[in-house]
Every structure is written in C-alpha cells, then in structure tokens.
Design a protein around this ligand. Structure first.
Ligand SMILES: C[S@@+](CC[C@H](N)C(=O)[O-])C[C@H]1O[C@@H](n2cnc3c(N)ncnc32)[C@H](O)[C@@H]1O
Length: 182
C-alpha cells in the first residue's frame, strides 16, 4: 500500500512550492510519535499570506524554537521557510512554536515556566491546540489560558486566516506576546 512501510506510516504534507515534507510516523509509540492535527494546521498556517501579513512575520534569519515537537513537523516547516537551525537553545528566540501541548494537567506548569523563561519581550509565541471535550480537557484549556494571561497578551488568529484546507472549528491558533511591563 502506498506510504506504508513495516512499522511506519509516511505522512506527506504538500507545500505551496509543490515540494513535500515527509514524516515517518511510527505505528506504535507514545504521543510524540504521531503527527497531530494541530501540527498540520499550524505548519500550513505558517505558509499563509496572513502569517506574513504586511511583512510583519518572516522566519528568514530568525531564531525559532519548537516546544513539545514530537515528530517536529512545525519546526521543519519553519526551517523550510528560512528559520535558523541552531545547536544551543537561544535566549529570547524570535519565535517559539507550540503544537498540541495543552492536554494534560501535569504539563501546564512546566510548559508555562518554559515559555516564561525562554520568551523575551520581542518573542512571538505561536501556539496551536485542539479543543477536546474528553475528561477534564475543557477545564485544562481554560486554566492554561488563565495562567498564561498573567504574563502574556493573547490574540486568537481567526479561522478565516488559517490555511483554506488545513483548518477546523476546534483547532485554535494563538499568537502570544509577553506583556511589556513583565
Ligand atoms: C500531543 S504531542 C504533540 C506533538 C507535536 N507537537 C505535534 O503536534 O505533532 C505532545 C508533545 O509534547 C511533549 N510533552 C508534553 N509534556 C512535556 C513536558 N512536560 N516536557 C517535555 N515534552 C513534553 C510530548 O512528549 C509530545 O511530544
């Protein structure tokens, strides 16, 4: 069958250039082995003209860190779009990208702490998450946003600015910046 090898499933994401990003997704493994829908939505959003609106955003020559990368699709897209590949974690990177990392209680505090320690006053954090209705997921999302608001300004990117094909009512993209007085 096309795209299937023993133990792997190849996820191919077509880029605007016509090239493909191909990720080998394991048949078995933990959450980090899967390309999650939020990663696809965020990766394709980074290619849209809305992201580059008025020349506000570009990855060319910028330092980009992906948190909770799993298979790394979003970071790979940033590299394709010109993001700098760095060996050491840069302080106050230009961009921090986060896909599908808000889903369990124990991850909230470490994720927030990492964002606070890493983000400088000009860092742009782009966080994409899937709204889930299972268990206490709704409360976790609300709690995360509330905690985040203490130190960061949050702007939700409207659905009509997402990629035309890779978008969904239940997948949200947030642009987050440190409050300037923090
Ligand atoms: C649902 S997966 C999303 C993976 C990838 N971003 C994507 O969207 O395809 C969540 C990822 O966050 C990582 N993660 C969650 N909590 C973490 C923590 N406290 N420290 C480091 N990584 C964490 C998991 O290992 C996993 O790779």
């Amino acid at each position: 069958m096309a795209g299937v090898e023993a133990g792997y499933f190849v996820r191919a994401l077509e880029l605007r250039s016509g090239a493909e990003l191909r990720i080998k997704q394991c048949d078995a493994g933990d959450v980090g082995c899967v390309v999650w829908d939020a990663a696809l939505v965020l990766a394709k959003y980074l290619e849209t003209s809305s992201f580059y609106r008025d020349g506000l955003h570009t990855f060319t020559g910028k330092s980009v860190v992906e948190l909770g990368s799993g298979t790394g699709l979003v970071g790979l897209m940033a590299a394709v779009l010109g993001g700098e590949s760095v060996k050491d974690l840069p302080p106050a990177p230009d961009y921090i990208l986060v896909a599908d990392c808000i889903y369990y209680e124990q991850s909230l505090e470490p994720l927030l702490r990492t964002m606070k320690e890493l983000a400088g006053k000009n860092t742009c954090i782009i966080c994409c998450y899937e709204e889930r209705t299972m268990g206490n997921n709704p409360e976790i999302e609300i709690r995360f946003l509330k905690l985040l608001q203490a130190d960061f300004e949050i702007e939700e990117i409207p659905l009509d600015k997402h990629d035309e094909e890779y978008k969904s009512e239940d997948i949200h993209i947030l642009q987050i910046k440190r409050k300037q007085d923090h």
